[in-house]
Design a protein around this ligand. Sequence first.
Ligand code: PLP
Length: 405
Amino acid sequence: MTDENRTRRASYLPFALPGIGEEEIAEVVDTMRSGWLTTGPKTALFEQEFAAYFGVEQAVAVNSCTAAMHLALDAIGLQPGDEVITTPYTFAASSEVICYFGAKPVFVDIRPEDFNIDPARIEGAIGERTRAILPVHVGGLSADLDPIYTIAKKHGLAVVEDAAHSIPTRYKGRLIGSAPIPPETGQPYDVRWFGCFSFYATKALTTGEGGMITTNDAELADHCRVMRLHGISKDAWKRYTAEGSWYYEIAAPGYKYNMTDIAAAMGRVQLRRAAQMRDRRAEIARRYTEAFSALPELQPPSSGDEGHHAWHLYMLRLNLDRLTIDRAAFIEQMKTANIGTSVHFIPFHLHPYYRDTYHYQPEDFPVAYREYQREVSLPIFSRMTDQDINDVIGVVSDIVERHQH
Ligand SMILES: *Cc1c(COP(=O)(O)O)cnc(C)c1O
C-alpha cells in the first residue's frame, strides 16, 4: 500500500461553519437600521422565545456561556475556599468560572461510554466546602442527571449545567435547560439549578458571541439580570427609552455581560431553525456511524435515545491497538486530504495551570486521559452537503485501510 492519500478533496472542508442564512442577515440589518444596537427589545423577545422553547420560567441573555456560568455561581453565593465538582473533560470555561471566585474545581473522572461525568464517583468527591455540581453535556449527549440531582438534593448542592452543546439535547424525554424532574414523583427536584447555553460561532445555535441562563427561580434569575449589567437595579437598559429615567442605583459591583440586540436578532432566527438544523446533524451522524460501524479500527460515538442527542460534536474514537498510526498522525492525514478535524477535549489535569497548581499526574483521571488520546471530532454542521459527508467517510475509511495492523 502506498502512503499517498487516494481521496483528497479539491477544497478544504472546515471542521465547523455557522448555519447563518439570508434570514439572519436580514434581521441583523433590520436591527442596525432600528437604532437599537445593544441590549433592547430584540434581546427581551429572544429571552421570551427561548424560555417558551425550553419550557422554563426564566431566561437571561448574556454575552457568553462563560458569563452565564459565572453569574449562576455568583447567584448561589460561591465564596473563596468553596469547592465545585465538575469534569476534567470539557472546555476551559467550565472550570475557570469556579477559579474566578477563589474557589476550587474538584474534578471527577468521566465514564467511557459517553465522555460525561461519572455519577458513581461524585459522592466520594464531596467535602465540607462543596457547594455545587457543574456537569457538562459533552458533545450534545446528556449527562446522567437523575443520580446527579439526587446527590445534589441529599447534600444541599446547587447544579449548574453547562449546556453549551445542548441545543437541543434531551434527557429522558425532557429538554436540557428545563426543570429537572425525577421519574418517580413527576415533581421537580428541590435543588437550585441553572442551564447555561453558548451561542459562540461554532455552536449549534450562534449569535457570534452570546449565551443564556435558564432557571425557574425568579430570585436567582433577577440576581443574574442585575449582575450582567454593572449591578444596576433592574431594567437598566431602559434608561435611554421614553419610559426610562436618568436615575439608577448600583446594588453591587456587577459585570458587563449583557447581550446585544444585533446578537439577539440572529439568535431569534436561529432558534426557529434549531430543530431543523439538529435533524440535519443527526442525519450526518447516522451516515457516519453506519459507515464506521463496519470498521473494527473505529469506535463511533453512542447515539443515545432516539431524538435525544444534539449532535453538536461527532466524537469518533480510534482503536489504537488496531492501527499503525496514532491520533496525531490520523489528524495530519485528514488535513492532507483537506478535511478539518478537532479534539474534544484536552483534559484539565494535563494543562499546565491545573497540573502545576494541583500537582496532577495523567493517571489521576485515567478514563479522561485514555479516551482523550484516541478521540478525534469530525465535521458535523447543518450546511454540510451529501458530497461533504461522503468525502469525510471516504477519507476516514481510506486512512484506516492504509494503516490497519
Ligand atoms: C464553548 C463552550 C463553553 C464556552 O462558551 P462561550 O459562549 O464561548 O463562553 C463552555 N463550555 C463548553 C463545554 C463549551 O464547549
